[in-house]
Design a protein around this ligand. Structure first.
Ligand code: SF4
Ligand code: MSK
Length: 648
């Protein structure tokens, strides 16, 4: 059956793998041995026990959407009990995955909008840190008197519009889509019937249409995926970034360190993990305020470190050191020096409880929708943010006293990183070269071919792929070819740890790109720009669209025709699927690896990897090999350059 040889190959490759085939992160390599000695089970062990994968689920030809099933397509059954074909099962499954991602990001945005509303009304202990951004969003939303309205009143108006936009079910919504999209895209999406009027609507509609006895047209279902992807991009990613910048400040470049070596044995170490800065910003503040209590407990002070996207959020705004990405999250605890791991939501392995129980670490859950038996739950409410944050920090100080110094093992690997390249910050750097027209130097470099194009490398780690290998090797291949790389999410951690996000990393780029990076770096006063720019967390993929929209409008060239592409080379979560779908909807061809569960339908595979290009100007591409992936992405860029009449 389809996919069977791949399943057998994957089983062969994964079972009994050497540690060096599990990860390229030297800290993780070291910690895998420590974990084994301590009897700590990791994600890599559990993956092995899941082999071989179920061929029906692997290729997407299984369905559990009603109780006549579960059903699967086999040699003797070409339809489920209700009559659903392989194409329908695959398309419905993909849509449900996309909805999972969209729901996660839209709910994240809803949380931030509510926090802004409480702040504006004086009910939560936050402040408006970026008033300029608030006023510019308000102007873009068409709020009258956006320039002069009292700041909290304006923030309340913006928060209410955001919440209305999330909940809109008919034509008066879509304000966040319109604010951040080019006219060309609005027209394309309207014509295809995929412009989502609100953030929740495609989720509601998508769950409805995929339940038993509804949409049985695979093409229509794939259009539903596109609609959900667009909703994710604007009501999820853009809205989260916009309102987080208003509340916590728009990032500016700052030096920090990344890698497990940032954990300091003499300090109370608090790891913040998850996705949202609402609590972690307060943990940073509370840690600062309670340093003396930590010293009284025998520590040298308190150190906050970041994991995954919460890590990216506090890295880009506060310069908090980043300890690692998704596949570091268990092993960070195994260092024996993390006194508390505080989690908000998304990408929190339930296994963290078992790892924490092997050490003195307190695993603290905080979101009402994310509880894990065995973890301590301290419920977070933004209206009591200071109180909750102090309580958590004090728990960490108490936990420090329980440490077993004999079990501490911190791998001494970390690299310098410059994080915090918001579009605003990038324009500020560019304005030092051309004050009147900051985008001009960037456009000139692209036109001349000093920058051949750009690829966004984004998304997760997946233990089915050697940890960090695709992220790092793909980036190295691209920058060698004078292609600038922008990175977010777990990919950004991988690049930071590998030294690709520090000024010296620029020597790994091709000669022409190096010259541009040095000129920009001199203008910014940092010597050289890194060849891979840290663009933030997963929701900050919005910043990439913000830049593309600015370039598109400046050049009067549609985004689909710009020499850019994207890649999620260690794809894991449903969120990565919805973000990738959004990227393709924007007109950005996107490389993915491993493939989502679509192989069981030639029709759906063709729609995504071929036909999408006719409708949207972009498609999905796939390769499991970094060099081949770089070749494919370079081809996309060269083709766009050719069409624009630019040097190739
Ligand atoms: Fe089977 Fe159809 Fe029910 Fe799915 S919806 S489980 S294919 S009967
Ligand atoms: S944290 S969504 S594993 S990038 Fe954003 Fe990493 Fe993917 Fe979670």
């Amino acid at each position: 059956m389809k996919g069977e040889s791949l399943i057998t190959r994957e089983k062969r490759e994964i079972e009994g793998r050497a540690d060096s085939d599990k990860t390229i992160d030297p800290a993780n390599l070291d910690m895998l041995q420590v974990a084994r000695r301590s009897g700590v089970e990791t994600v890599f062990d559990r993956l092995e026990r899941q082999e071989p994968k179920c061929p029906y689920c692997y290729t997407g030809v299984s369905c559990r959407n009603c109780v006549m099933g579960p059903c699967r397509i086999t040699a003797k059954a070409d339809r489920g009990v209700c009559g659903a074909t392989a194409d329908v099962m695959v398309a419905r499954g993909l849509l449900r995955n996309t909805l999972g991602g969209t729901a996660s990001h839209v709910d994240h945005a809803r949380h931030v909008a509510l926090t802004l509303l409480h702040t504006a009304r004086g009910e939560a202990p936050y402040a408006i840190r970026d008033e300029t951004k608030l006023r510019s969003i308000a102007r873009a939303l068409g709020i009258e008197d956006a320039e002069n309205m009292e700041v909290n009143r304006l923030a309340e108006r913006v928060a209410l519009i955001a919440l209305e936009d999330i909940g809109a079910t008919h034509a008066n919504g879509a304000r966040w889509v319109k604010m951040h999209s080019t006219q060309e895209r609005i027209e394309t999406w309207t014509e295809l019937g995929v412009l989502p009027e609100g953030g929740m609507l495609p989720i509601l509609e998508g769950m409805h249409r995929t339940s038993m006895g509804n949409d049985a047209d695979p093409v229509n279902l794939v259009l539903g995926c596109i609609k959900a992807g667009i909703a994710d991009g604007f009501y999820g990613l853009h809205m989260s970034t916009d309102l987080q910048d208003v509340l916590f400040g728009t990032p500016k470049p700052k030096f920090a360190r990344a890698g497990m070596g940032v954990i300091e044995p003499e300090f109370v170490n608090i790891a913040c993990h998850g996705h949202v800065p609402i609590l972690s910003e307060k943990i940073v503040e509370a840690a600062e305020a309670l340093q003396e209590e930590a010293r009284t407990a025998g520590a040298r002070g308190i150190k906050v470190i970041g994991i995954c996207c919460t890590g990216n959020e506090i890295l880009e705004r506060q310069g908090i050191p980043a300890a690692g990405n998704e596949l570091n999250s268990e092993l960070v605890i195994a260092t024996g020096a993390v006194d508390a791991m505080v989690v908000d939501y998304q990408c929190i392995f339930p296994s963290l409880v078992q790892v924490a129980q092997c050490f003195h670490t307190k695993l603290i859950t905080t979101a009402p929708i994310v509880k894990i038996p065995g973890a301590e739950h301290i419920e977070f409410d933004e209206r009591r943010a200071d109180e909750v944050a102090r309580k958590i920090v004090r728990h960490a100080i108490e936990s420090f006293k329980q440490r077993d110094p004999g079990r501490i093992h911190i791998p001494q690997f970390s690299s310098e990183v410059i994080a915090g390249f918001s579009v605003e910050a990038l324009l500020e750097v560019l304005s030092k070269i051309n004050n009147r027209d900051p985008l001009a130097p960037l456009v000139e470099s692209i036109t001349k071919g000093d920058i051949m194009g750009a690829v966004a490398i984004v998304g997760c780690n997946n233990p089915r792929v050697t940890h960090d290998l695709m992220h790092v090797e793909l980036a190295k291949e691209l920058i060698k070819r004078d292609i600038l790389v922008l990175a977010t999410g777990c990919a950004a951690h991988a690049h930071a740890k590998a030294g690709l996000m520090k000024p010296e990393g620029c020597t790994m780029a091709g000669e022409r790109l190096q010259r541009v990076l040095k000129a920009l770096g001199e203008a910014a006063g940092i010597g050289a720009m890194p060849p891979v720019l840290h663009f933030g967390s997963c929701v900050d993929n919005s910043r990439i669209n913000q830049l593309l929209k600015a370039l598109s409008e400046k050049l009067n060239v549609a985004i689909k025709d710009l020499p850019v592409a994207a890649s999620a080379p260690e794809l894991t979560t449903e969120k990565a699927i919805s973000i990738g779908t959004w990227a393709v909807a924007l007109g950005v061809t996107t490389h993915v690896n491993p493939l989502p569960r679509i192989m069981g339908s030639e029709l759906v595979t063709r729609l995504l990897t071929e036909d999408a290009e006719k409708l949207l100007g972009a498609k999905f591409i796939h390769s499991p090999d970094p060099k081949e992936s770089a070749d494919m992405l370079e081809q996309v860029i060269l083709e766009k350059r050719r069409k624009l009449g630019l040097q190739t």
